[in-house]
Structure formats: structure tokens, C-alpha cells
Design a protein around this ligand. Structure first.
Ligand SMILES: C[S@@+](CC[C@H](N)C(=O)[O-])C[C@H]1O[C@@H](n2cnc3c(N)ncnc32)[C@H](O)[C@@H]1O
Length: 506
């Protein structure tokens, strides 16, 4: 326990205003410090705290405590590792540890996930749930803090990426490296002898459409080599290849939708890009394991629909969670599945013919399949899903604002918002049922806007979701705007929060 004057120093990168806000909340929650002075480059305090707990903080690099310097674990994690030497970065790193294994749209900043766990007071050995876990950022951060975690997602690729990352944390980097070397060493010979099946199945036909023959041979050779490896370690390598697929395909990589490629293909051979990514990944994994050791497997992701009726576990308190954190899909979600089609098919997680259904099944999807527009319209007008009245009124107001100039997509907006709110209501009920009494639930939620009948509507999704949650028993503790611009800076007009943090308690 320290009882003298201390100074806490920021990392050496530029901060977004909300990050400092989270930093202050963290020191209150973790160190129980309520009084400090912001000195610009650092903060100072005369309060006493447990020195070891300081190491858990996210947004500070080190502290001077009685002339002793104490670094946070985050400082080391965000550093990179070259030939065993630790090099600090000038920019906030979001790809440290296993986070950089695979791109994922709408990914959490790992720092936010970690600071939320701290702010909610989730202790080592406790259990958390992420009902929309995506690529598993919160599950990885939990594992690194000794917290058990379960992640649910409806997208099989999200679940696969999450589990690959969690596996990597639990296998010594030397073992992963050995397997990687075997794959790389075996590549040339296997590639030379490799033959595609003469009777292509649905998977292969799809891949043939989107890859040049030579790249297809590269990725299918790698598929074969990876398949021969230890079942437990395989997903790490499948995911490393998957992360390169779009860049080497005939789809325009930067386009959120599927369009035929116009930009030139990368000049580096596929296997070289794979080697580079593999080496970078092993370096990060090694550094992480040097700092926190090889972690036991504390987290797992499962395919689960947040609206599912079979969400609640048996009435057994052992299976309840001590908290939940998540970043849910937006009201009109990003087309997650579109940009991931090649990975879903190559990994055999989804048949090409099932992709559109999967896309449409996501909460927040803009697609309507299986139901007709008039059916959705009736449900909305009658509020058949019993969402709170003021939220229903908002959907009706949007509906009444439609004018003949609004095109097909715009005319769907009121129904899609109603469907989104109905889906999120089911999720709030489900998560409520699996948490211990008084447990917290933190959600990072984006704002939306739409233009209907020539009029702009700002849709305060965080507020709407908090209302939904309250309607099914949650207590709203706070809705905190996560300011991404300086409040009084040059971009004053842009000073509205793009996202907010909703803090709920059961
Ligand atoms: C904003 S992303 C989460 C990203 C995640 N925090 C990360 O760091 O990668 C939202 C996720 O919700 C998932 N999702 C959408 N509808 C769902 C549903 N009904 N049930 C479960 N997951 C769903 C999407 O597949 C997507 O992965």
C-alpha cells in the first residue's frame, strides 16, 4: 500500500477525450482514488492505493511512487517485440497480443474492453458474458485479466476467430511456431503436386469464381497442409490465411460490398504475405506470453442468437455471469457478412447458398427475407412485440414522415428500426436472466440518423436501448457520451458523441 504523493503518466500517444474519461473512472474503480490533480502530462494524487493494482490500469503507462517507477502491464503489451527487445510505439496499438490475428468490422478497441472490465469491478476468477462477441476482443482481454468469459455470436466466422485467438493464448508460442514452420516448409513441395478436385463442390465452385487459378492453388495447398496439423492449433493458421483472402481475391478489398476488383493485385506472393503475418503474430504472442505467461483456457465463444428462447441456462447459479460487456450491432448494421463471404466459404463455415440468409438473420440487418414488407408493417403498426410506447411512437413518427420521394430502401427504415428494437428487447431479457443479482451490463452503442420525407432524424440509439432495457427490469446507472472530438477545439460543430456507453445494473 502506498500512502505518499504519486504521479501517473499517460502513454506517449494522442488521446481521444473519452479515453481520459474512462481513465479517471478506472482509477476510481480499481484504486479507489477520488481526488487527483490533472497536470497535463500526468495526474498527481496524495491518496493511498495498492501498488500492484496500479498495474491493471489501461490508459496509464507508468507511475512514480516514492521515486520508484512502476509500469502498467498495458504499457508492455502495447509495445512491440523485435528480437526479444521491447520497443514502445508512438500510436495506440490495437493489435497487441492476439488482437491482430484477423480483421473484423466494428471491432472493439481492446483498451475500451479492458477499461470496462476494470470500471465494472469484475475481479479475477469471475465470469463475464459478451452477447455479441464478434472477433472476441472482450474475451481476450478478460483472459489476460484472469476473468472467465463466454462470447455469443450468430456469425460462425466471428466465433471461429474468437476461439482461434483464445486458443493462441493457451498454447506456448514455441509450439505454434513449430507448426507454422512445418506448414511453410512443406508449402513448395505440396503446391507442386497439388491438384484441385475434378468434381468441384459448391465451395470450390464459389472459390474458383473469386480467385485467380494460381492464388486458388496457394490457398488450397495451405488448406490441405493446415488440415494435417494438430486439431487444437489448426484454427490459428486457418484464421491467418483467412485474413489475407480478400486482399488476394477478385473482389475489391476496400469495398464494403462485393464488387469486381479494379485495384491491382498485391505484388508479394501469397505465401510471403502469410509468412510476414505469421512472424508478426508469433512476435506479439511471444511478448504477451513473456509478460503474462501461457494462459489457461478461460474463455470460449459459441454460435448463439441473442434472440434465442433457449438462451437462459438452467436455474443453476453456477452458470450465471457476474457481468456483461458488449458492442451490439447498429440499427442499420454494417454488412458484416458481405466482406467475409470468402472466409466463410473457404473455412467451410457456411455454404455459398446460405450466405444471404445468414446476412439477413443478423440483428440490425437491412435485408428482409422470409417475411414480407406488409407483414413487418402490420407488426410495427400494432406494436405486436410490445416495445415501450415512446419507442413505438418514434417508429410511427418515422413512418408518417415518409413521402413518395423516399425510395424503396428508405421506406423500410421505420420497420427495420422497429424490428431492431424488438430484437434488442429479447436480448436484454435474455442477458438479464443469465446474470447474478445486481450485476452490471455495459454496452458501447453508436448513434444513427436517417432522412425521411426530406427531414433529418437523429436517432439516439443509446437512449432508445436504455429505455428498452429499463422496460424489462434493468436499472440505468448512466449513459456516458464517448466524445471522439475535442469538445472545445476546432471541430466544435462535430463535438457530438458518435457513441455512448450505457451502464446498466440488474
Ligand atoms: C459490433 S459487432 C461486435 C464486435 C466485437 N465487439 C469485436 O470486438 O469484434 C456486433 C456483432 O453482433 C453480431 N450479431 C448480430 N446479430 C446477432 C444476433 N442476433 N445474435 C448474436 N450475435 C449477433 C454480429 O455478427 C457482430 O459480430
Amino acid at each position: 500500500m502506498n500512502s505518499n504523493y504519486s504521479e501517473f503518466y499517460w502513454h506517449d500517444y494522442k488521446y481521444l477525450p473519452y479515453e481520459k474519461e474512462l481513465a479517471f473512472r478506472e482509477i476510481q474503480a480499481v484504486l479507489n482514488i477520488n481526488s487527483f490533480t490533472d497536470m497535463g502530462s500526468h495526474i498527481s494524487t496524495s491518496s493511498s492505493f495498492v501498488i500492484n493494482l496500479f498495474k491493471r490500469l489501461t490508459y496509464f503507462s507508468h507511475a512514480k511512487i516514492n521515486d520508484e517507477i512502476v509500469y502498467t502491464l498495458q504499457y508492455y503489451l502495447e509495445s512491440s517485440c523485435h528480437n526479444g527487445n521491447i520497443i514502445t510505439n508512438k500510436r495506440q496499438s490495437t493489435r497487441y497480443s492476439v488482437h491482430g490475428l484477423h480483421e473484423y468490422k466494428g471491432k472493439f478497441n481492446p483498451q475500451i474492453a479492458k477499461s470496462l472490465l476494470n470500471i465494472l469491478g469484475i475481479a479475477e476468477g469471475q465470469r463475464i458474458l459478451d452477447p455479441f462477441c464478434g472477433s472476441g476482443t472482450s474475451l481476450v482481454e478478460s483472459t489476460q485479466m484472469g476473468i472467465h468469459s463466454v462470447g455469443f455470436d450468430i456469425n460462425p466466422l466471428a466465433v471461429y476467430i474468437s476461439n482461434a485467438k483464445l486458443t493462441a493464448l493457451s498454447v506456448p508460442a514455441d509450439n505454434v511456431e513449430q507448426v507454422g514452420r512445418q506448414i511453410i516448409d512443406g508449402f513448395s513441395t505440396t503446391r507442386r503436386e497439388f491438384k484441385l478436385s475434378e468434381l468441384p463442390d459448391e465451395r470450390l465452385k464459389y472459390l474458383q469464381k473469386w480467385f485467380d487459378k494460381s492464388i486458388l492453388f496457394d490457398i488450397e495447398t495451405l488448406y490441405l497442409l493446415i488440415k494435417q496439423q494438430d486439431e487444437n492449433i489448426r484454427p490459428i493458421f486457418f484464421i491467418l490465411v483467412s485474413n489475407l483472402l480478400r486482399d488476394y481475391s477478385l473482389q475489391e478489398p476496400a469495398d464494403l460490398r462485393i464488387r469486381r476488383r479494379k485495384s491491382p493485385m498485391p505484388s508479394i506472393p501469397f505465401i510471403e504475405a502469410f509468412k510476414t503475418n505469421f512472424n508478426a503474430f508469433i512476435n506479439n504472442l511471444r511478448l504477451c506470453q513473456k509478460l503474462i505467461g501461457v494462459q489457461p483456457r478461460l474463455g470460449r465463444a459459441y454460435i448463439m442468437d441473442s434472440r434465442s428462447d433457449s438462451y437462459s441456462p438452467e436455474n443453476n447459479t453456477d452458470t450465471l455471469y457476474n457481468g456483461a460487456i458488449t458492442s451490439p450491432p447498429y440499427a442499420t448494421a454494417l454488412p458484416y457478412i458481405d466482406t467475409q463471404r470468402l472466409s466463410l466459404v473457404w473455412l467451410d463455415l457456411c455454404k455459398p447458398s446460405e450466405i444471404l440468409n445468414l446476412e439477413a438473420s443478423l440483428t440490425g440487418s437491412r435485408e428482409i427475407r422470409g417475411t414480407t414488407k406488409s407483414f413487418l408493417q402490420d407488426i410495427m403498426i400494432n406494436n405486436s412485440n410490445n416495445i415501450p410506447h415512446n419507442l413505438h411512437d418514434l417508429c410511427l413518427e418515422l413512418y408518417d414522415s415518409l413521402s413518395p420521394e423516399d425510395g424503396f430502401r428508405r421506406r423500410l427504415v421505420p420497420m427495420l428500426l422497429y424490428r431492431y428494437l424488438s430484437d434488442m428487447l429479447k436480448m436484454f431479457r435474455n442477458v438479464y436472466n443469465v446474470l447474478t443479482p445486481n450485476a452490471p451490463f455495459a454496452l458501447v452503442v453508436g448513434h444513427n440518423h436517417t432522412v425521411l420525407g426530406g427531414k433529418r432524424f437523429d436517432i439516439d440509439t443509446p437512449y432508445l436501448l436504455a429505455q428498452l432495457a429499463e422496460g424489462c427490469g434493468w436499472r440505468i446507472k448512466e449513459i456516458i457520451p464517448l466524445q471522439t472530438y475535442q469538445r472545445y477545439g476546432l471541430h466544435h460543430k462535430n463535438g457530438i458523441a458518435k457513441e455512448s456507453l450505457i451502464l446498466l445494473y440488474k
